[in-house]
Write a protein that binds this ligand. Structure first.
Ligand code: MLT
Length: 399
């Protein structure tokens, strides 16, 4: 008789953002006359930049002629795109080798898929609150999950403590959902902790492009000494360049990641990931990689940074409204997320319904990211300016 993966019974019924979308769509169907502003899922609103669009057109033309047409590509990504990533890392003084770069369809897939590489008995350390993908994918695999409390008291940047046991450590900085970021010094403590335990850090850098205090916060974990020996980094062009619908990201798996099996045999994580990807993944479309490489060029990044400044101004507008109302918040700087305490001790789904019914502004309830989020709420800065200003006006009248 067929056996199903019963670990799925341990998941919430719906993925967080699907649940938010259902509730929003039900409200819109019942109240078609009330204009809703969506600042829930972190989806961008600015179109792709000029360099990206031009490269997309060019690459479509390549597919139209036998001389330049591309069929199956290398699963790890085309060298032109892997090189573009290597050069992008150099901007922040991080050194990455072409063989360490794997082009993906985004950080979400790879942060989930990477769990294929690890044995079943590891202790998986997941901060709470957290991007639900880490939690859900490990739950699907029936892993031994241990939570690390991120709270208002520790500024949502929890640190290792005496007696903490972990083999796989998830860190997202700047953080989704809290907007908090680890300093270089704090990250060094995590790297040393991982090295001391032969553990691995899975570092999600999807929001690195929002960092402006470069001397304090690293864009990449590889800016920290020792990280090449204990960390995999995931990043994506979704937020950097508006690729949420175009889909392109990259994962760095250092050649120095060598761990021993129970009988002492050395295994290379880079070779394992190569084997995994060549077996289960056929690569990102040529057209997308060609456009992504143009996006990561000097001119391409300049254009992306203009869009990012626009979103940062949105974040500033939301944050200053909360400051004016004396509401405690995190993020809003070095991050596109503003994470604030629900007023009057409200629970976050209750506050979601309150916002929806009273002012028709959608955010994401903190409870969807973990128990420590149950009295917090997340707004994104990825809306357009008009909607953001309108949402701020409505918030101002409600809070
Ligand atoms: C979010 O809103 O948390 C993100 O946009 C989700 C994602 O990147 O998958």
């Amino acid at each position: 008789m067929l056996q199903l993966n019963e670990n799925y019974l341990n998941l919430q019924q719906n993925y967080l953002f699907s649940e938010v979308a259902h509730r929003t769509n039900d409200y819109i169907a019942a109240h078609p006359d009330k204009p809703v502003i969506r600042l829930g899922i972190g989806d961008v609103t600015k179109p792709l930049t000029k360099s990206t669009i031009e490269a997309l057109h060019e690459s479509v033309e390549h597919m139209a002629s036998a001389e330049t047409f591309k069929g199956y590509g290398p699963e790890q990504g085309y060298d032109f795109m892997r090189n573009a990533v290597v050069n992008y890392y150099k901007r922040h003084g991080a050194c990455v080798d072409l063989k360490e770069v794997f082009i993906s369809d985004g950080a979400k897939s790879d942060t989930g898929n990477i769990t294929d590489l690890f044995g079943p008995d590891n202790i998986v350390l997941i901060p709470d609150p957290v991007y639900p993908v880490y939690m859900d994918t490990n739950t699907m695999n029936g892993r031994n999950i241990k939570f690390l409390d991120a709270t208002k008291e520790n500024g949502f940047t929890p640190m290792p403590y005496e007696g903490l046991e972990a083999d796989i450590i998830y860190i997202c900085s700047p953080n989704n959902p809290t907007g908090a970021a680890y300093t270089k010094d704090q990250l060094k403590v995590w790297v040393d902790y991982a090295l001391s335990r032969n553990a691995i850090i899975l570092f999600d850098a999807a929001y690195e492009c929002f960092i402006e205090d470069d001397d304090i916060y690293p864009h990449s974990i590889y800016q920290i000494e020792g990280a090449k020996k204990c960390a995999i980094e995931f990043c994506s062009l979704s937020k950097t360049a508006g690729f949420t619908g175009t889909r392109c990201g990259y994962t760095i798996v250092p050649l120095d990641l060598i761990y021993k099996t129970s009988d002492g045999t050395e295994m290379s994580v880079n070779s394992m990931w190569t084997r995994r990807q060549t077996t289960k993944f056929n690569g990102v479309p040529y057209i997308v990689q060609y456009a992504a490489a143009a996006t990561l060029s000097e001119q391409g990044i300049k254009e992306c940074l203009e869009n990012i400044s626009y979103y940062k101004e949105n974040a500033r507008l939301i944050a200053s409204c909360l400051s004016k109302k004396n509401i405690t918040y995190f993020g809003g700087k070095n991050s596109p997320y503003i994470w604030f305490e629900c007023p009057n001790g409200m629970e976050s789904w209750e506050f979601f319904d309150y916002m929806l019914n009273e002012i028709q502004v959608i955010g994401t309830p903190g409870a969807g990211f973990g128990k420590n989020g149950s009295h917090f709420f997340r707004l994104t800065a990825f809306g357009n300016r008009e909607n953001t200003l309108e949402a701020v006006n409505r918030l101002d009248s409600l809070l």
